[in-house]
Design a binder for this molecule. Structure first.
Ligand SMILES: Cc1cc2nc3c(=O)[nH]c(=O)nc-3n(C[C@H](O)[C@H](O)[C@H](O)COP(=O)(O)OP(=O)(O)OC[C@H]3O[C@@H](n4cnc5c(N)ncnc54)[C@H](O)[C@@H]3O)c2cc1C
Length: 426
């Protein structure tokens, strides 16, 4: 199989890139020249995984099928997992596809390319903590669904246990940990509303952070407001507390032992160990080291999003955020479109930080917006921040579905939520 452009990873960045290129090339050319590969058959925007985990978002309703997106945006799609790369021959290998019983359905395949884009995302960083297997991770939709099923079982257990309490420890108070805490509170409140008084149970959330404040990567004012909002809702925020080891039902920390029915690990990011075996230069987080044109150590292989370490300001690299993946996808769409037209787009990639927004549940958020009309840094909170947060998700949908379909989908989901409620118990 040969394609001019092969993109591996249909997440926040890779899918937007495939959709843009496919649409630019049109019905006739796009499908023949651009191939997207992903190990899952449907796409879900990763910043919504904490909602899937809490059950306030249904992954089956939210998920968009890659085959439908490929048809609509005029690119080709293949289901498969990248396992090897031959940069000399400009070809990659996909693992055999197997069914649930482990029987092979499609054998190992090779795909050759002129330009390859790696958009493989990242996972959690366990920092070598012993007992990490006792924690839930939130790396993909399967992880989120697994947590959701066990969270529901734990809720059912707590409703009938003598203690009438459920304790959840979340390790890492970045955006994922903070947003998950808020979403679990929402889910718990909705559950309580459906229960008789003698079944109601208490939810104790402990949010543990090794640094001296939560949301350490964001301005201190955001950390303060988010801390207050969580504490008002009885979340116990433990900063400067490092986790030393995990055990079934308890965490060993620098502040002593903490019991927990469920433990979620949301601390740090690290790309897949397999990245280091692809023959490209990687950093200590297994991210592909790229230059300011997003070229890896093999110049015909490009990388974007969380899996790429791209130079930014003050010796830092571009942060692993959806907005960075989005900007890099827009940049590479120009580079690759020019390449396909035998031209060149020589300008380097420049990351613009537009600020950050963090969701604090159904009707609340907090964040800062950079730039604006006067170039100042704005602090936003409450419903306005939440709406802005939701608009990021809509923007992503607009990039892959177009404006009309995004509006129709948003309205349909709003109506669906009004009719059948936000909380999914299945
Ligand atoms: C719970 C949560 C909340 C977040 N909230 C925010 C937020 O509010 N704002 C923000 O800016 N960012 C947020 N992020 C971070 C954001 O999701 C990522 O920065 C963004 O998704 C990165 O995009 P990407 O395209 O690099 O990778 P991803 O979106 O992770 O996509 C990677 C894709 O590659 C595929 N893949 C991986 N390995 C292979 C392989 N070997 N073969 C084939 N396919 C493969 C995966 O299936 C996936 O589809 C959040 C993350 C999480 C987990």
């Amino acid at each position: 199989m040969h394609f001019d452009i092969v993109i591996v990873g249909g997440g926040a960045g890779g899918l937007e890139l495939a959709a843009r290129l496919g649409r630019q090339l049109g019905k006739r050319q796009g499908r023949e020249r651009v191939l997207l590969i992903d190990k899952f058959s449907f796409h879900i925007w990763k910043p919504t995984l904490h909602e899937v985990a809490a059950g306030t978002l249904d992954a089956h309703q939210e998920g968009l099928s890659y085959t439908v997106l490929a048809r609509r945006n005029h690119f080709s799609f293949t289901l498969g997992e990248l396992t090897a790369l031959d940069t000399e021959r400009q070809s990659l290998t996909l693992a055999p596809l197997c069914n649930d019983r482990g029987e092979e359905i499609v054998p190992e395949r090779t795909v050759s390319y002129q330009r390859l884009v790696l958009a493989l995302g990242s996972g959690s960083n366990a920092f070598g903590t012993p007992g990490i297997e006792h924690a839930y991770l939130l790396e993909n939709v399967r992880d989120a669904q697994r947590f959701h099923a066990d969270w529901l079982h734990a809720c059912a257990h707590a409703a009938f246990a003598d203690s009438h309490a459920l304790s959840v420890a979340i390790v890492g108070a970045g955006a994922t940990g903070v947003e998950l805490s808020a979403e679990l509170l929402e889910a718990h409140a909705e559950l309580q509303d459906s229960m008789s008084t003698n079944q109601r149970f208490r939810l104790d959330i402990q949010l543990l952070e090794g640094g001296d404040r939560i949301l350490g990567g964001l301005p201190p004012r955001i950390s303060e407001q988010a801390t207050l909002a969580l504490q008002r809702r009885q979340v116990q925020v433990l900063t400067s507390t490092r986790v030393l080891a995990l055990h079934p039902g308890r965490l060993e920390t620098t502040a002593g032992d903490i019991p927990a029915d469920l433990i979620v690990w949301a601390a740090g990011i690290k790309a897949a160990d397999t990245n280091a075996r692809l023959g490209l230069t990687v950093n200590r987080l297994n991210q592909f080291v790229v230059d300011d044109h997003l070229r890896t150590s093999a110049s015909h292989v490009l990388a974007l999003g969380d899996c790429a370490a791209c130079p930014w300001e003050d010796g830092k690299t571009v942060p692993a955020r959806a907005q960075a993946a989005h900007q890099q996808a827009s940049y590479l769409a120009k580079v690759l479109h020019a390449f396909l037209q035998q031209g060149e787009h020589s300008a380097p990639f420049v990351y613009r930080d537009f600020g950050s927004l963090v969701s604090l549940g159904d009707n609340a958020g907090v964040g800062n917006l950079m730039g604006g009309l006067s170039g100042r840094n704005f602090f936003v909170q409450g419903l306005l921040a939440k709406w802005m947060y939701m608009s990021l998700h809509l923007n992503h949908h607009r990039a892959i579905l177009g404006t009309t379909k995004t509006v129709v989908l948003a309205l349909a989901r709003l109506l669906q939520t009004r009719v059948s409620g936000r909380l999914k118990l299945h």
